[in-house]
Design a protein around this ligand. Structure first.
Ligand SMILES: [Zn+2]
Length: 96
């Protein structure tokens, strides 16, 4: 991490710069937390209900992460439907 005031190197998570004493704004850190996450998109794809929960929880705080989780969940649901429909059809044909 770098101090936005003097450019000095400061440990991550520090609240004040040890060189000039300037307050370190946490805005930068919060912003860097919000990034498109392939991991969460994949998790949402595999477990769509979890993806929708991520989407709802992060919608305000981490819009990018929420978006990717939502998309992952949506694709997961579609994939699940595509897999389920043929097997349901086969089951239906078995009985009728
Ligand atoms: Zn500084």
């Amino acid at each position: 991490m770098k101090c936005s005031d003097c450019g000095g190197k400061i440990p991550a998570g520090a609240k004040y710069c040890s060189y000039c004493g300037a307050e370190i704004k946490s805005v930068f850190e919060e912003k860097s937390m919000d990034a498109p996450s392939a991991g969460f998109a994949l998790l949402s794809y595999l477990i769509p209900p979890a993806g929708f929960v991520f989407f709802l929880v992060w919608k305000k705080k981490y819009p990018l992460k929420a978006k990717y989780s939502g998309i992952g969940a949506l694709i997961g649901l579609i994939a699940m439907a595509l897999l389920l429909v043929p097997s349901m059809y086969r089951l239906w044909k078995l009985f009728f």
